[in-house]
Write a protein that binds this ligand. Structure first.
Ligand code: S3P
Length: 439
């Protein structure tokens, strides 16, 4: 296992760089390319570990790829049909892989069994199992349908269905949309609050009829899916760490270029503005229904805010780094209705409260959220990543503004979503981070 030792910096961060490519969109582009007939060229594919897990699973289901990591390119030639894998397939650490592929597997004749690493094997699966059963596929998982491994005995043609999600989850919604593509008629999906809509945008771009009325999606199965190329933007969830670093380190100003700005993912930018951060967006354009542009952030004085359940889906992955900003804001930040954070790569409410408190911040863990009293200087110390990439990166950024050194144990997991993280910090002029093997 590797650790990162971060020395506090007085050097302002500065410069401009192209954001790491979007993980959420990369998973979907690979899956949609596999499901469509013909050649799909994906530019701007994220070669992070989670997306490699998706490629490995699709390969086991009969899809071949030509990969060019240096050019961030993936080319898929597919007949549009996947086949039963010969063995159990491994989604690694990736919730998106296991849940979305389960929806796809429901529409494949034969047995698919998916598993993952220790963290993934403890993440809830009933949320997809219950609705996917409505399609007529047989599906179940370990511990009375709670956890992976998960099996799916699929069929070529599924029943159409109507389902109201209990939690706002793009992973569950997308899994159901993929199953709905193989339905014998239109299916209907409703969620309590809007979650990210990448799957909808990408499938519409391929001509699939997906409409939304009064919060309810209607997915009409297409007669065929013809392949189209995708050029993917950068990942706001990764860029968030760089923007936060600039906001926290005095005198900084950075620009992160070509970041995805889909409104269902931009809760972090909205929260920053509400906290009084200097953040601006420019060069906005649209591609396959997805907005993208550059984001500039500068050192700012912040104030505490309140984030409730309606705001959580659009900022779900940025709560760890937002919590760090809240520790330095004036006043209190209250986050509630966020129990979903307990079932991410780690129990993130616990990990945030534990990690930042150990560094000297005032963070109180609640059943469904956090109360953060801003304005306490971070002292420094030795903390654990909980093997969670977003916790690890948030703690590293905390080290930049602590009074003494911060050591973060278990930073290997950063490869899950953002392999360029340390390089990007260095490009912005942060030479104070040492990464080495733990003794
Ligand atoms: C994701 C959706 C979110 C997010 C995850 C990626 C996706 O999960 O936390 O990192 O790609 O659909 P939920 O929508 O299940 O909360």
């Amino acid at each position: 296992m590797k650790k990162a030792t971060v020395t506090p910096t007085t050097n302002p961060l500065g410069g401009s760089l192209k954001a790491a490519r979007d993980k959420s969109l990369s998973h979907r582009a690979a899956m949609i390319g596999a499901l469509s007939q013909g050649r799909t060229e994906i530019s701007g594919f994220s070669f992070c570990q989670d997306c490699l897990s998706t490629l490995n699973c699709l390969r086991a289901m009969g899809i071949s790829f030509s990969l060019s990591p240096e050019e961030e390119k993936v080319i898929i030639e597919s007949s549009g049909s996947l086949h039963e894998p010969e063995n159990v397939i491994d989604a690694g650490n990736s919730g998106t892989t296991i849940r979305l592929l389960s929806g796809i597997a429901a529409g494949i004749e034969g047995l698919t069994v998916l598993t993952g690493d220790e963290s993934l094997r403890n993440r809830p699966m009933r949320r997809i199992i219950e609705p996917l059963r409505l399609t007529g596929a047989s599906i179940g998982s370990r511990a009375k349908d709670r956890f992976p491994p998960i099996f799916i005995l699929g069929k070529n043609q599924l029943d159409s269905f109507s389902y109201q999600l209990k939690v706002a989850s793009a992973q569950v919604k997308s899994s159901l949309i993929f199953a709905a593509l193989r339905g014998n008629g239109p299916s209907f999906i409703e969620e309590p609050f809007p979650s990210r809509d990448h799957t909808e945008n990408m499938l519409r771009y391929l001509g699939v009829e997906i409409t939304k009325s009064k919060g309810r999606l209607k997915v009409t199965p297409p007669r065929e899916l013809r392949a189209r190329d995708f050029n993917l933007p950068g990942d706001i969830s990764s860029a968030a760490f760089l923007l936060a670093a600039a906001i926290l380190v005095e005198g900084s100003r950075v620009v992160v270029e070509d970041v995805g700005l889909n409104p269902t993912r931009c809760g972090f930018l909205e929260a920053l503005r509400e906290m009084g951060a200097k953040v601006t967006v420019g060069k906005v354009r649209e591609d396959f229904g997805e907005l993208r542009g550059e984001v500039e952030a500068s050192y700012s004085k912040l104030r505490g805010i309140e984030l409730g359940p309606d705001k959580i889906p659009a900022i779900i992955d940025e709560i760890p780094i937002l919590s760090l900003l809240a520790t330095q804001a004036e006043g209190k930040t209250t986050i509630w209705g966020a129990e979903e954070l307990r079932v991410k790569e780690s129990d993130r409410l616990r990990a945030i409260a534990c990690g930042f408190s150990q560094l000297g911040a005032q963070v109180e863990e609640k059943k469904d959220g956090l109360i953060i009293q801003g304005g306490s200087p971070l002292k420094g110390g030795r903390v654990k990543s909980f093997n969670d990439h977003r916790i690890a990166m948030s703690l590293v950024i905390a080290g930049l503004i602590s009074q003494k050194e911060v050591t973060v144990e278990g930073v290997d997991c950063i490869e899950i979503s953002y392999p360029q993280f340390f390089d990007h910090l260095q490009q912005f002029g942060c030479p104070t981070i040492k990464v080495d093997f733990e003794k």
